[in-house]
Every structure is written in C-alpha cells, then in structure tokens.
Write a protein that binds this ligand. Sequence first.
Ligand code: AMP
Ligand code: SF4
Length: 451
Amino acid sequence: MVERQLNEECAVVGIFNHDEASKLAYFSLHSMQHRGQEACGIASADGGKVHMIKDRGLVSQVFNDDKLKTLSGKAAIGHNRYSTAGEESTLDAQPVFARYDLGEMAIVHNGNLTNAQEIRDALIKKGAIFQTFMDTENLIHLIAKSDEDKLLDRIIDGVKKIQGAYSLVFLSRQKMFAMRDPHGLRPLSLGRVGDGYIVSSETCAFDLIGAEFIRDVKPGELLIFEKGKAPQSIQIFEPTPKHCVFEYVYFARPDSDVFEKNVYAMRKNMGAELAKIEPVEADMVVPVPDGGIPAALGYSQASGIPFEMGIMRNHYIGRTFIEPTQEMRDLKVKMKLSPIMSLIKGKKLIVIDDSIVRGTTSKRIVRMLKEAGALEVHMRISSPPTTDPCYYGVDTPDKENLLAANMSNKEMCEFMGADSLAYLTQDALMRSVDSKNSEYCTACFTGDYLF
Ligand code: AMP
Ligand code: SF4
C-alpha cells in the first residue's frame, strides 16, 4: 500500500474574470474553513504577474484588506490546508508557486497522489530539488520539465503521469485551469459569478458570494478559462466515477451540494436508515454536535422518538482530531462538549454520531452522559465501521489506531461503556446516498481500494 502524503483534505477555489477575484477567493475559503484550519493561501494573476500570500492560520487571521489589495488582478486561486501530525511549515501551505521557462504558475490541490513517491524519486534522480513534502510539488516539476511548448499541453502531460485523488486549480499569468481526477474522488463544482466563473470544492462558497451553480467539473475533465471566452472543456480521461462517500458522512458542510446532491439530505437519509435497521427503545435522540445533527434528525423523524440537543458544543475550540497526542485529544473533547444535565437525567438516550475513528469522542461522551445521570446510552453511528485508512485525501490514522479495525462490536461497546452500539450497514449507506445513480468510493469502510 502507498505511503500517505501530507497534502490531505483541504479546500480549493478558483475565480476567473472578476474585478474582486482575490476578495471572492477569500470569502470562498472562509466558507470552507471546515475543510482545513492549519494554513491557507491565495494567488492572484493580473495578466503580467502572479502574486501570492500564504501562511499558517485561519483565513481571517492570515488575510486582511491591505493584504488582499496586493493580490491584484481578475483571477485568483485559493487553498485551505488541513493539519496532519508532524512536519508542518509555511512551506507546506498552498498555493504552490513556481517561476519556470513559460513564466509564472501557481497550483492548489485537494486530494492525495498515490504515486507521488515514485515520481519524486525519479525526479530527484534527475537532479530536481524539492522544497516541501507536498505531493503537489511533483506536478510543478512535471509541468516545468515537460517537452511540450504550451502550458495547456504541459498540464495534460503532467496529469497523465500522476495517479490518485486530485481536484486541482492552476493559475498562470493569463489563464486558469481546473482538473478533476478520473474517479472524481474529491468534489469540484463550476459556477458563474458576475461575468466570470468560480470553481470550488463546495457549493457553500457559491451561496456566500452569490455565484450560480452550473455543474460539477466532470471526473477526468480539464476546464480552461481564458479572457473573453466561455470555459473550454477537454475530457482528458474516460470518467470512472468513484466519489468519496465520506464527504457525505462527515467532511462537507451540510448546506453544500457535493457530487450534485445536498449533504444535509444525505445525512438525514443515513439517520432514517439507521432508525430502520437499528431501532431501540428510548426517551430521546441526541446528536453529537455538530456532525451528528442531521442524522439524528433523520433518526428521530423515522422512529418518532423526540430529538433533543442534549449535548452542547463550545464552538471556540477547533477540531479535536487535529491534535497529534492522545492527551491533547482527550482534553479537547472535554473542553468541547458538555451535557444539559436537567434534560438527560434519568433518561434513556440514543446518541448519534457520524463516525468513530479512534473512539476517543464516543468513550468520553458516554462517560460524560452517564456521569450526568443518563439511565441508558445507546450509541448509533450513521456510517459503517471505519476499518481502513484513506489514501485519497482524508486524514485517517493508520489501521492499528482505528477502533473498529481492532475490536469486535461487543469489545467497542464495552470500551466506551455504552449500553449498546450499532452502525449503519454498507447497503444502508448506499441506499442513503442513492448509489443507483452514482458510484462511490467506500474503501475506508470496506478496504476495497481503487489503486
Ligand atoms: P474519534 O474520537 O477518534 O473516534 O473521532 C470521531 C470523531 O471525529 C467523530 O465525532 C467524527 O465526527 C470526527 N471525525 C471523523 N473523521 C474525521 C476526520 N477525518 N477528521 C476529523 N474529524 C473526524
Ligand atoms: Fe473517501 Fe473513505 Fe474513499 Fe477516502 S477511502 S476517498 S475517505 S470513501
């Protein structure tokens, strides 16, 4: 199995032919902050030069009005980067920028290249010098070294050599390009904003800046944005859709349509399916906020058991998952979630979360609810057991740290001290996301990897 790279999860955006391109990129990144909080960056092009600002931190911390003013031009691309344990530095923030024989270029990437190490080794053997650990840097080298004369042909040449998950946006001094891998693993949507265009990981960015959804960039499709022209489409690869189902389970924002379906609706379906296949008698359905809320509503409506916000979330903490040590993760879960004691005391609860990874959150929640006087706690998870790591751009720990890969259902239930534990089945997940009309990757639940 391939080594995981550091360029995982993330959000990308590209704005073309708009007077406020870098501002719109900023707002878009702000709406997609949930896809990455470690670092962010924007590059703009004014026809003669590519400008760039990137740094560690949240979008609102890295940018201000003065900085955005220096990102002049009618085209801009942007990136939010997720944190993974280990080697974090500003160098690993995106866009990745390069000067090369055809001029200047910046790239943003959401996904993970599975043959990055082979390409990197081959390039290093030929004398290439890498500045970062990002697999995206490979592409810059492939484009810079290609024998083709035009940037378009070099991009085509480059993407034909890479394998894995990629939603990419390229910016040159005058053009913008957007490309999605042949499986369409990570989302990328196309919209119209004023007289210009936007491509973005999630459509919540469209809603914020008043863009109109046109369609998803097709798997294997390259879009070329040029001044005065409608986007030109080249189908580089035969599309073989395998969209990441985990975008629906956890990752994307509920108000986004990803893979042309609304995330909130998919999550509610998952909850309703869960109620059908894993019913249990209880006084109330309680979500683990925020991820579990839509599925808990679905469960409640399908079962007729009242929905209650029995657990409150402190929103000023950040995601617990991002801390590299177990102690820090434990502490952050405690800081983040607290029960409404008077509501749950003496009650039988169905607690809904979207997934269990290491089990830290569920264990803590069950203990917290029992300490607060809950009579019974029945954990219901709105996705199948996460048994395998993702190699296509979602940060999951190695198999030895995935609870469901190492324990039976009974052992997990005992580990977290719950009265019962049940998951959605693979079939029910597929029903929830209408798999008759779309193909999905489910490797983190099944171990059936695409490559
Ligand atoms: P854990 O405590 O390790 O079992 O993590 C489970 C919690 O993390 C759940 O509440 C999920 O909503 C959330 N989660 C699941 N997958 C991810 C991910 N890739 N990154 C961050 N959080 C996640
Ligand atoms: Fe998504 Fe899971 Fe496939 Fe990764 S392995 S792309 S998280 S469905």
